[in-house]
Design a protein around this ligand. Structure first.
Ligand code: KMH
Ligand code: ZN
Length: 276
């Protein structure tokens, strides 16, 4: 089977220092955590940034600082978020795409949904515009799908020529308002994918490790980290995303999968090469 790509979602927009003291916030902390995750087996770092007081932001300058710090210390692929936090405007969310050199990869959220008690808005015009900007800058995108309709939306956008196929999908499973984390649901999502597409699974909360294992056994890739889950076992806080990456790497080996290096991940994800 293809080597397994492990994505470390090290910060996110919703996890707080009150929930876990191990959340990285500054550029230096984010880079340190990225290095630890890389050593544990991650080849992709999914990146959000925070202001010094811990609040989420999509500020370009803060992304530039974090990107430079991470690129200076690891060879991992940095995938910047364009989702940000619920309630942010499209212009606010798109800022990391303006960094120089641009990030190698970014998320492209494929549809709207209830996100807990909030609403995460991703109307078609926003998705089209973000895809256009990413393509213009040569930024690879990961299609974030929180429900089956989002996968079907991606296929419509592919028919329009907005999204190229084959593409790389991320099935986010277990958001309150999105598709729930189960084997049946994952099987159904995977069945929808056109030939040659690759997929990643991000299980939320207690579903993180079981869904990672399932995805790895099904030939997919896996995302873990404090953005989606702060526990290493029931009631025990993970000391950082690196601990969860190490667990997922063990699951991958047990499933007979080699762990992808960043170079292998670039090949699998069709990313041309690291910008200088
Ligand atoms: N914070 C979520 C509302 C992404 O990074 O693109 C959206 C999110 C997705 O985290
Ligand atoms: Zn995110």
């Amino acid at each position: 089977m293809t080597p397994a790509i492990i994505t470390a979602a090290i910060c996110g927009a919703e996890t707080t220092r009150e929930m876990t003291p191990h959340l990285p916030i500054t550029a230096d902390e984010l880079a340190q955590e990225a290095v630890r995750c890389r050593e544990a087996g991650a080849s992709v770092i999914h990146l959000h940034v925070r202001r010094d007081d811990g609040t989420p932001t999509q500020d370009r300058a803060l992304f530039q600082k974090a990107l430079d710090a991470i690129r200076g210390r690891t060879d991992a692929i940095v995938q910047t978020s364009t989702g940000g936090a619920v309630g942010m405007t499209a212009d606010e969310r798109a800022q990391p795409l303006e960094c120089t050199p641009p990030p190698e990869m970014a998320t492209l959220n494929a549809g709207s949904l209830n996100f807990g008690d909030d609403v995460f808005l991703n109307p078609f015009p926003l998705v089209r515009e973000f895809a256009r900007r990413m393509r213009a800058k040569g930024i690879a995108y990961e299609l974030e799908c929180y429900d089956v309709g989002h996968v079907e939306a991606c296929l419509r956008l592919a028919e329009e020529g907005v999204i190229g196929l084959p593409a790389h999908f991320d099935f986010v499973m277990g958001v309150r308002g999105g598709i729930q984390a189960s084997e049946d649901n994952l099987t159904f999502l995977v069945m929808k994918l056109p030939k040659g597409c690759t997929f990643n699974v991000a299980g939320i909360g207690r579903h993180q490790l079981p869904m990672a294992e399932l995805s790895l056994r099904m030939g997919g890739h896996a995302r873990c980290g404090l953005e989606d889950n702060i526990y290493s076992s029931k009631g025990v806080l993970a000391k950082g995303s690196f601990e969860l990456v190490a667990r997922v790497a063990e699951l991958a080996r047990a499933a007979g999968r080699e762990i992808a290096t960043p170079a292998q991940a670039r090949e699998i994800l069709r990313i041309p090469g690291r910008p200088r």
